[in-house]
Design a protein around this ligand. Structure first.
Ligand code: DAH
Length: 344
């Protein structure tokens, strides 16, 4: 009988000492397993005198029950402890400062593009898109620049094959839109996009740059409409009070053609270093769509007319933000790009 109590006391102590679930499992095997100490007590019962057997058996059963209960209780405790430890280990301090994320900013050229888009959408224009890898047909032929025309020399071209090139101007999109309209008016759209020329890069030249083309075709469209539209744009882009002036020029796809100057926003037309003392800054090329271009695209040039213009976005951005080297837009120096945060 004492032996039973001894085993029981020993087992309870071992259970209390077990400090992990694995250790507790070992204790269980050691006492309750088939070869464990409590099973051994059962075997001892065989050698006892008959009258002592029931009391001894009862004692061993009680011992087994007490030990089983203690094991279960300790197991619950250890499980809770393991959970607490895990939570402690995996704890996240949500009050800690996070890693700084370096967010990009809108590229200054995209800002200008969006500004132009917003202002023309406000006047009821649509926005058109077209391919940068373009056919000679749209870039030149439909724009009234046939093969061997000297005007092809105005734009040094990246050819992919004799009929395929990187578009040299957004006028290619103007031609696609004219062709698509199949002689139907009115047309009122702008086409912003990248263009490419075989230029050597320097402070004012880049082999890749951006333009935005404008095109309006309808009845009774005049040079006066063009002037009013461009004046409105100049006032929105460079500040109220800007004037514009037309100088005669030549483009094969317009007649008459003009070069457009805006009164210098830096000196208000008085003359400064930016406008080289003239009070005017050239910002774009424009004109009335050439009747031959209208006819080639299926329009009756007796019944309708149109104006068109093409503006260089780098030039606008350089003037607006006082940037003196066009290459800044393309070298992806984040110190340069970050400066435009505040305009975003
Ligand atoms: N395509 C011309 C260029 O890249 C710009 C231009 C001039 C576009 C007159 C026009 C225009 O639509 O009417 O130099």
């Amino acid at each position: 009988m004492d032996k039973v109590l001894e085993v029981q006391a020993e087992a309870l102590q071992a259970i209390a000492d077990a400090d992990s679930l694995q250790a507790l499992q070992d204790v269980r095997v050691r006492y309750l397993g088939r070869k464990g100490s409590i099973q051994a007590l059962m075997s001892e019962m065989k050698s006892l005198p008959k009258e002592e057997k029931p009391a001894f058996g009862q004692k061993v059963n009680v011992c087994k029950q007490v030990v089983t209960e203690a094991l279960e209780k300790r197991q619950t405790e250890l499980n809770e402890l393991a959970l607490i430890n895990r939570m402690e280990e995996e704890k996240i301090d949500i009050t800690l400062r996070g890693n700084d994320l370096h967010l990009g900013t809108t590229h200054p050229l995209i800002m200008i593009q969006q500004e132009i888009e917003d202002l023309f959408i406000g006047m009821g224009y649509k926005i058109a898109e077209g391919p940068e890898v373009e056919q000679d047909f749209y870039n030149f032929e439909l724009a009234n620049i046939p093969k061997d025309h000297p005007a092809r020399d105005m734009q040094d071209t990246f050819y992919i094959d004799p009929n395929t090139l990187l578009r040299t101007h957004t006028t290619a999109m103007q031609m696609r839109e004219l062709e698509k309209a199949k002689g139907q008016t009115p047309i009122k759209l702008i086409c912003p996009g990248k263009v490419y020329r075989r230029d050597d890069d320097d402070a004012t030249h880049s082999h890749q740059f951006m333009q935005c083309e404008g095109l309006v075709v309808g009845e009774h469209i005049t040079l006066g409409d063009l002037k009013g539209t461009l004046e409105f744009m100049a006032n929105k882009m460079f500040g109220e009070g800007r004037k514009i002036r037309f100088r005669p020029s030549y483009f094969p796809f317009t007649e008459p053609s003009v070069e457009v100057d805006v009164s210098c926003p830096f000196c208000n037309g008085k003359g400064c270093s930016v406008c080289k003392g003239s009070g005017w800054i050239e910002i774009l090329g424009a004109g009335m769509v050439h009747p031959h271009v209208l006819e080639m695209n299926g329009f009756d040039s007796e019944k309708c007319s149109g104006f068109a213009f093409g503006i260089g976005l780098e030039r606008v951005a350089m003037l607006k933000y006082g940037i003196d080297d066009i290459r800044n837009f393309y070298i992806n120096d984040t110190r340069f790009l970050k400066m435009f945060d505040r305009f975003d």
